[in-house]
Ligand binder design. Structure first.
Ligand code: DMJ
Length: 854
């Protein structure tokens, strides 16, 4: 936890849900970074770290952990550590005392994971209790029915290595069985796999398919299992899937999810950050051109936001704004540099390192970005940052002689742990499954190049990679909104209107709910309190009602996106700029619908002072303390606007309202904007921001420790640069900024419903649903699914010119739609029953996709 400078211990911090399943009280980061130390030539530190692991780590904790994460990070970490420990021992200087202790630990952990495979399918349960396994009542796990494809298909490298290192064949056998089962279950006509599978029946639970979240490392492990184990059947399977990926999912430079049964149909209009590993895998496979294209597109997205947002749309807007310092893009950059030798990739690596140092580096490490748009941080540094990011960035710049062993003798696991290639000829007692009969010969054009190497691939053309990147130079900046809008417009052209207009709809009106039901539209209450509309056309009372429902949903989407654009205020940033923070700590803040609009004005900078009374609900008794400063006020007891007026009257130049609900945090609660008091708030001239309690206490703690704390209130964190460290006092411009001098730009946002007298939510609340609250996720037609319950829509519109590429994509998309019966409702070329039947399956898949993505 790099902001609070502590380790994260499961159970001692508020739960973050599934992400915490990686934590098993087994010193995750220490184990995950063992082999990184050797790569970075920190041999002495490696030796110390191994001793610490052997001395302190307990694997027998009563904790439920993810089988997948424990395998790739802990088992992989121990095996990577063992691989390099024996290499060092053999060299004769370090680790002379080492007697396979890490391997013994790995074996112990391997046995602890085995009960997870006790299913008829052989697919593992997603979670296991390290102490009690699966079945015992104390285990608190074992009732799950589904797992992700990557979760079940990313075991073979670690399990086979464990078997081959120890001679205990059971691990490799179990991992092979799980892979065999997934292969059997692939969708036979498309040769794609879905994202989630039922571990008992083998039915696909989520039928969407891509190369990112939920599937990614399944493909990676098929190819790498071939490399490590030399078993042709893995290569054949990989090639079959790869052919399908390139046929349906790859739309260079994009990689877009499709349906396994209808692979010509896109399942989403956004991409996730995990797919950034794919160009690296394509390099390993030898397919350089699409790797260069996708990597270039991703790099341009990064240049726009400094980091790759967790998800971004096909027109390159931010979809989910967080970035947990994922290493996938650095990994692909490393492999592309290896394959092409093009120094461009060193420049890319330099940018990555500069951005990390500039925006993510904090006194106790590197903090994940909570929002790439504001530069705010999250108090987490996942173990993969040291395991992968450090390793790949170091290797990118390392010369052969910088590394004390030959990296080419090893293969990287998905967590970048190193396994020696000599394992392929050791303890090969596992019978290989003969799959040749199932393997259909493929068109070989995808497989012309293997084992990429600058010498072999482009001996006479060092500009090869550049010539592929060139046409994509402006693909992100000049993108235009794609297909989806056009479909809606077509439908609207028919002129018919639904019986209930979207703009009249009220979620509290029983009559309206009745009409929705008739039209097959249901309300889904999301976990965070918001409400989403989904149409199940099949549930409509008649086909006419279903069609009315479709029009209603289309209206709602239009209205929603229109109003979102008009009224959504993006989050703001509070950046601590004084010593010793110097801008490294950035807190996500909620905006106010009144007072100085930070997006239109220069940021406000000043020292902070607590107001008295702390709630700011009456005239301040300490005006001398807050005069010319940014006042801290506690939430509650009166309206936000009243607090603002009281501190403004006392001479404050800004205000930060800190939540009075102890423990609240923007990590766990949806951010909201502070509403006015229903009256004219033009008299409030100072900027006001809201912080949840956890973020607020970072400022309060800083005051306790350093007394003088200076902050910057802005719409986006200012670049942290050496200048900030030298700036001692607020600039004179800001110094002289007083309540009287600031000109008003208060922004009325009257369409947002108030959820309480004092505040209104950025997100919708069930009882205060307005069209603006609707997510665009209405599953109106397959091509229109875009269900993201998050509020992270970038507000800036991209209205550059369309490039040729955009036009091509648009045309391509038009052609696909023309040939696709599912998007031709407006043209009435198919009987409604058949359309409804088709849609039902898609809608189910979309609903599943809603549940959880990353
Ligand atoms: C890593 O733990 C592994 O690379 C995994 O396969 C998926 N991605 C995370 C980091 O983003």
């Amino acid at each position: 936890m790099p902001l609070t400078c502590r380790g994260r211990v499961r159970g001692q911090e508020p739960s973050r849900g599934d992400v915490d399943d990686a934590l098993g009280k087994f010193s995750l980061t220490l184990i995950d970074s063992l082999d990184t130390l050797v790569v970075l030539n920190k041999t002495k530190e490696f030796e110390d770290a191994v001793r610490k692991v052997l001395r302190d780590v307990n694997l027998d904790n009563d904790v439920v952990v993810s089988v997948f994460e424990t395998n790739i990070r802990v088992l992989g970490g121990l095996l990577g550590g063992h691989s390099l420990a024996i290499m060092l021992k053999e060299k004769g200087e370090y680790m002379q005392w080492y007697n396979d202790e890490l391997l013994q630990m790995a074996k112990q952990l391997g046995y602890k994971l085995l009960p997870a495979f006790n299913t008829t399918s052989g697919l593992p349960y997603p979670r296991i209790n390290l102490k009690f396994g699966i079945r015992k009542p104390e285990a608190r796990t074992g009732t799950e029915t589904d797992t992700c494809t990557a979760c079940a298909g990313t075991l073979i490298l670690e399990f086979a290595a464990l078997s081959r290192f120890t001679g205990a064949t059971i691990f490799e056998e179990y991992a092979r069985k799980a892979l065999d089962f997934l292969w059997e279950k692939r969708q036979r006509s498309s040769n794609l796999v879905g994202v989630t599978i039922n571990i008992h029946t083998g039915d696909w639970v989520r039928k969407d398919s891509g190369v990112g979240a939920g599937i990614d490392s399944y493909y990676e492990y098929l190819l790498k299992a071939y490399v490590l184990l030399g078993d042709d059947s893995f290569l054949e399977r990989f090639n079959t899937h790869y052919d399908a990926i390139m046929r349906y999912i790859s739309q260079p430079p994009l990689l877009l999810d499709v349906h396994i049964h209808k692979p010509m149909l896109n399942a989403r209009t956004w991409m996730d950050a995990l797919l950034a590993f794919f160009p690296g895998l394509q390099v390993l496979k030898g397919d350089i051109r699409p790797a260069i294209e996708t990597h270039e597109m991703l790099y341009q997205v990064i240049k726009k936001h400094n980091f790759l947002p967790e998800a971004f749309t096909t027109d390159f807007r931010v979809h989910w704004a967080q970035h947990p310092l994922r290493p996938e893009f650095a990994e692909s950059t490393y492999f592309l540099y290896k394959a092409t030798g093009d120094p461009y990739y060193l420049e890319v690596g330099k940018t990555l390192i500069e951005n990390l140092n500039k925006y993510a580096r904090v006194p106790c490490g590197f903090a994940a970005m909570k929002d790439v748009r504001t530069g705010s941080h999250e108090d987490r540094m996942d173990s993969f940052f040291l395991a992968e990011m450090f390793k790949y960035l170091y290797l990118l710049f390392a010369d052969k002689e910088d590394i004390i062993f030959d990296i080419e003798d090893y293969i990287f696991t998905t967590e970048a742990h190193l396994l020696p290639l000599w394992l392929s000829t050791t303890n090969q007692s596992i019978s290989k499954k003969n799959t040749t009969s199932e393997y259909t010969e493929l068109d070989d054009s995808n497989f012309d190049w293997t084992c990429p190497n600058t010498q072999i691939l482009f001996p006479n053309d060092p500009l090869y990679a550049q010539s592929i990147r060139e046409p994509l130079k402006n693909v992100v900046d000049k993108s235009c909104p794609r297909g989806i809008i056009r479909v809606r417009e077509e439908s609207f052209r028919s002129g018919a209107k639904p019986p209930l207009r979207a703009r009249d709809f009220m979620a509290t009106n029983p009559e309206h709910l009745e009409i929705l039901k008739k039209m097959g539209v249901s309300l889904i209450h999301l976990k965070d309190g918001r409400v989403q509309l989904v149409q199940h056309a099949i549930q409509a009372a008649s086909s006419i009602d279903a069609e009315d429902g479709l029009r209603f949903m289309q209206e709602m989407i239009e209205l929603s996106s229109q109003q979102q654009k008009e009224q959504q205020l993006p989050p703001r940033a509070v950046q601590i700029v004084s010593h010793p923070f110097f801008g490294r700590v950035v807190l996500t803040a909620g905006p106010a619908q009144f007072g100085l609009d930070l997006s239109k004005h220069k940021e406000t900078r000043g020292f902070v002072a607590s107001s008295k009374p702390y709630n700011g609900c009456s005239e301040l008794t300490n005006p001398e303390a807050v005069m010319g400063k940014i006042a801290l006020i506690q939430r509650g007891q009166c309206m936000f606007a009243e607090k603002a007026r009281n501190i403004q009257n006392a001479g404050a130049i800004g205000g930060i309202v800190i939540d009075d609900n102890e423990g609240s945090s923007s990590d766990t609660a949806p951010l909201f904007q502070m509403a006015g008091d229903g009256k004219d708030t033009d008299d409030i001239k100072i900027p006001m921001l809201f912080l949840f309690s956890k973020e607020g206490s970072i400022i309060l703690d800083a005051i306790r420790e350093y007394e003088e704390v200076e902050v910057l209130l802005s719409d986006k964190a200012k670049d942290r640069d050496p200048e900030m460290e030298n700036e001692e006092q607020p600039s004179s411009e800001n110094d002289s900024q007083s309540a009287e001098q600031i000109t008003s730009s208060s922004q009325e946002v009257d369409l947002v419903d108030q959820e309480s007298p004092e505040e209104s939510s950025l997100n919708s609340q069930p009882e205060s649903l307005s069209p603006a609250d609707m997510d665009n996720a209405a599953s109106v037609s397959p091509s229109e699914q875009i269900s993201n319950p998050m509020e992270n829509h970038e507000t800036t519109s991209l209205d550059g010119e369309c490039t040729d590429l955009d036009n091509q994509l648009q045309e391509q998309s038009e052609t696909e739609e023309d040939s696709n019966p599912n998007v031709s409702w407006g043209k009435k070329v198919q009987p409604i029953d058949s359309i409804l039947a088709d849609w039902n399956e898609d809608i189910e898949a979309f609903e599943m996709m809603e549940k959880d993505e990353l």
